[in-house]
Structures are given as C-alpha cells and as structure tokens.
Design a protein around this ligand. Structure first.
Ligand code: HEM
Length: 486
C-alpha cells in the first residue's frame, strides 16, 4: 500500500516539478540574468507570464479610431504591449540573425506543420534546396505568363467598376491564391478553394487564441471547443491536399505527362518517389510543405493591397510609377527582363513593406549561450523582433519614419538603413530569409504594372484608415478605391 502511494506521489510530483521548473524557475532565472546586464523588462508572473499585462494594455488601446493620413504610425496601435515596453525599457539591434527558430505550438502548428518554416538542420536544408529551386531563376521566369493571366482575369472583373468605387481586399486575396495555385500546384483557385477556406479558418483560430493561456502538459488532455475544431479542420485540410497530390500522381501513372512536372508540387513528388536516401520526402512532409506554401503564397495579398492604398493616397508617386511602367512595357504585358529593371516601383514596394510589413513578429531562440552585442544570453532564450517597430526606429529612418517616402530607398537598402540592413526585416534576414521573396516581388510588380497601365486610382471617401492586426496588418473596414480608366 505504501509502495503504491509512493508511486502515485511520484507520478504527481514529476509533472508538477516540470511545470514549476519551466514556468517559474527558468523564467525568473532568465530575467535575473538579463537584469544583471542592465536589460529590464515587465515582471514575470507565475503561469500566465505577461499575458494579463498584454490583454490589459490591448484593452486600453483604442484600435477602432481612424488614423489621420498621411501618418502611418501604426505600431503603438497594432502591437501596443511591445510599444509600451520598448518605451519603458530599451531597444537593441543585432547585426546578424543565425539563431534557430522557436517551436510552434497549438493551432499555429496545425497551420504550418513541421514544414520549412519551423524545420531545422538537415531537414530544413533538404526542404530549402527544393523550395529555392522551385521559386528562383528560370522557374520563376516561367511563372510570369501564369501571373499575367491571373491578373488579367481580375482586371476583366474590374471593367464593370470603371468610374466607380471598388473594394479590393477580396480581389487581391483571390489573385494571390490563384497565382500560388497555378504556379506552384498546377491547379486553379477554384480547385484549391477548399484548402484556402480551411487555411483561413485555422488562421482565424490562431488569431483568436493568440493570447489564451495554455497549461503545459494538460493541452493534450483538456481540449477546448477551438482545439477540437482545429483538429477537424486539420484533418479535412490534409484530405484536400492529398486529393491534389493524388490527381498529379494519377496523371503520371496513367501515362499522360512523362514527369511529375517542373512546378513546386512536381519537385515534391519527384523527391517522394526518386529522392534517394538523403532527399526523400515522406507523405507527411509533402502535406506540410503544401500547407506552408498555400498559406505563405497569400502573404502577397497584403503587400499588393497596401501598395495600392498608399499609391491611392500619394498620387504623385502613382504617376511616377506609371511613367516607369509605360516606359518599360508600354501597353504590353510585363516580362521578366523589364521587371528586373524597375527602380521606382521597387522603391515604392520597399517603402510599403517598411510601413506595413505583413510579418509582424520574427522569433528565434538561442541554441547555446551566446553573445549578442555586449550582452550574454543563456541557452533556449526566446528573442522576439517586431519589424513594425524596427522599421520606425527614428535613429535609423529619421524623424519622418512614419511617413511614406519611397525616395529613402533611391540609393538602395544599405544607404536607406545607414549601413544596417538588419533594420529592414520585411523578408527576414540571414539563411532563413523568405524563400518566396523574388516570387512575391514578381507577383506584386506584375499586378501593379497591369493596374497602372489601365487605371488611375484614388482613395474612396468611404475608406477609413484603421489598420488592425490579424497575424498580418489588414484594413479594418475594407480597402475602397475609385477607379478611373486611362
Ligand atoms: C510580400 C510577401 C511576403 C513577405 C513580406 C514575406 C515575409 C517573410 C519573412 C519575414 C520571413 C522570415 C520569417 C522568419 O525569419 O522567421 C519569411 C519566410 C518564409 N517565406 Fe515569406 N514572405 C512573403 C511571401 C512569401 C511567398 C509568396 C512565399 C511562397 C511562395 C513565402 C514563403 C516563405 C517561406 C517558406 C519562409 C520560410 C523560409 C525558411 O525558414 O527557410 N513567402 N517570409
């Protein structure tokens, strides 16, 4: 009897000790290491950490009031807790970023799986090589006609809005979904619609649960309604992706094409069937990669959206961009050679991404003990960088950091950042830089060029400048512009 009680007690004691160690000792230990070096932060509370503080600060911030244009000082409103902590404490900037990623948990993990965004070491290298190949060089050039065709379809719909107001959020979302479906997966938006729909639902669950407290060890046993919903969506998502995968495999088996195809899905399947010991892709890895790229492909929505909105406000820059487009392409469709020569449009896109970076948090953890500048960090310490704050640092960008001034990029990124390229993190930095950078840049340049060739646009009086954060920065009440055919 005594032996049984002792076993029961040790069963209870062990998880409690782990919880206590992880949720209290480690964090206070980290805090004291940082404080001893002069880095202060909000005090840590047992169990909920700083979540209560975050919720309190968010509740005190009125994010419904419109911002007066042309000010783009959105950081205090979108990430108010980071803003107030950075005001109270200090900000630090490193010159390199080669730390491992932090682990993703909960619904975010269902969204990204164990794919390239979270993978490390050999697995990451294998996935990165494959993605690099599919989204660069000749492969990228071959995607231009599909991108042009997708934009043309959107613009055909726009014809019935000429001289009127049009809300562009939905159209840009469909466009970016169509482009990634066609170029990477050889299918259309309509075929991928179930996948986008489920990714959207998972995305909503991630946003909703971002600041909910989860108790270590209990997550697997205590399932909330949202957890169950997320499990269900994940299952359906996997089935829908497998449908697209099977369709491609069947085509090869029944002898229609003689290879799996040169697009991203084709490379994944080739690696699955012919990858050999080192580059073999498992079925689970294929699903995770498909999820990741279907999801990441939609990030261009927000880049294009904010570029168009900013040009609708700053019509002088819209005119400069149009002149460049007409000089390079005339009324013809954009082509890859001329895209590479775009300068003004490039500056505009950089400035848009500086002010409205779609990725609003970049997280890393220290692998071992490391020095960062003059500070020592312990192993497994989580580092969080909010690009929206970095992109508004007046020491780098000057007192007009909140204003739209593409001319700051006229002499390149190094000059714009005063020799500190880490101050611009829209696409990340180092080996984990966005693998879709060139793809996204092509897509936005093609869409913008084709719009500028056909239309002048201004903000509609119905547009309310009230950006809000739902993992990326979005307009709260839609993006309404007035279209004037040229
Ligand atoms: C304007 C649009 C985009 C922006 C602003 C953007 C931004 C970023 C950023 C900041 C990172 C680094 C995150 C980190 O270091 O933790 C990243 C990584 C990544 N992006 Fe993008 N992205 C965009 C479009 C795309 C597109 C279209 C794709 C796919 C075709 C894509 C695929 C990825 C992938 C797979 C990674 C992870 C790379 C790795 O860890 O090796 N992104 N992106």
């Amino acid at each position: 009897m005594i032996a049984i009680c002792a076993v029961c007690a040790s069963f209870l004691l062990l998880p409690l000790t782990i919880i206590f160690y992880k949720l209290w000792w480690t964090r206070l230990h980290f805090q004291s290491i940082m404080e001893s070096q002069g880095i202060k932060g909000p005090s840590y509370n047992f169990f909920h950490g700083n979540i209560k503080d975050i919720i309190k600060i968010e509740n005190q911030t009125n994010s419904n009031v419109p911002i007066y244009l042309p000010d783009h000082d959105v950081f205090p409103r979108l990430q108010p807790h980071w803003y107030s902590w950075m005001k109270l404490y200090e900000k630090y900037l490193s010159t390199k970023m080669v730390y491992p990623k932090t682990e993703r948990e909960g619904h975010l993990k269902k969204l990204l799986g164990d794919g390239i965004v979270v993978a490390e070491g050999e697995k990451w290298l294998k996935l990165r090589k494959l993605a690099n190949h599919a989204f660069h060089g000749e492969c990228l050039k071959d995607m231009v006609p599909a991108m042009v065709a997708s934009v043309r379809t959107m613009l055909e719909k726009w014809r019935s809005y000429e001289g009127k107001e049009i809300e562009v959020c939905g159209d840009f979302r469909i466009l970016s979904s169509e482009v990634i479906s066609r170029t990477a997966f050889g299918s259309s938006y309509v075929e991928g619609i179930k996948i986008f729909d489920m990714l959207g639902k998972l995305f909503a669950l991630v946003s909703k649960n971002a600041y909910k407290m989860k108790f270590l060890g209990l997550v697997k046993f205590v399932r909330t309604k949202d957890d169950r919903e997320a499990d269900k969506i994940e299952q359906l998502l996997h089935e829908s992706i497998m449908e697209i995968v099977r369709k491609r495999q069947d085509e090869v088996i029944t002898g229609r094409p003689d290879s799996f195809g040169s697009d991203f899905l084709g490379s994944l399947l080739k690696a699955h069937h012919e990858g050999g010991e080192k580059n073999q892709m498992s079925a689970a890895e294929i699903i995770d990669e498909c999820k990741t790229f279907y999801f990441a492909g939609q990030l261009t929505t927000y880049s294009l959206l904010w570029t168009v909105l900013l040009l609708a406000i700053h019509t002088d820059w819209q005119e400069k961009a149009r002149n460049e487009v007409l000089q390079l392409f005339g009324r013809e469709n954009p082509n890859s050679e001329a895209i590479a020569r775009m300068k003004t449009v490039n500056m505009i896109i950089h400035e848009t991404l500086r002010l409205y970076s779609p990725v609003t948090l970049i997280t890393r953890r220290t692998q071992g003990k490391v020095m960062l500048g003059r500070f020592k960090f312990p192993a497994n310490f989580e580092l969080v960088i909010p690009p929206l704050a970095l992109h508004r640092n007046p020491d780098i960008w000057g007192p007009d950091a909140h204003l739209f001034k593409p001319e700051r990029f006229a002499e390149g990124l190094a000059k714009a950042t005063k020799g500190n390229p880490m101050a611009f993190l829209a696409f990340g930095s180092g080996p984990r830089t966005c693998v879709g950078l060139n793809f996204a840049s092509y897509e936005v340049k093609i869409a913008l060029s084709m719009i500028l060739q056909r239309y002048k646009f201004t903000l509609s009086p119905n547009y309310v400048h009230s950006p809000f954060l739902a993992l990326t920065v979005q307009p709260q009440h839609g993006a309404q512009i007035l279209l004037q055919p040229l």
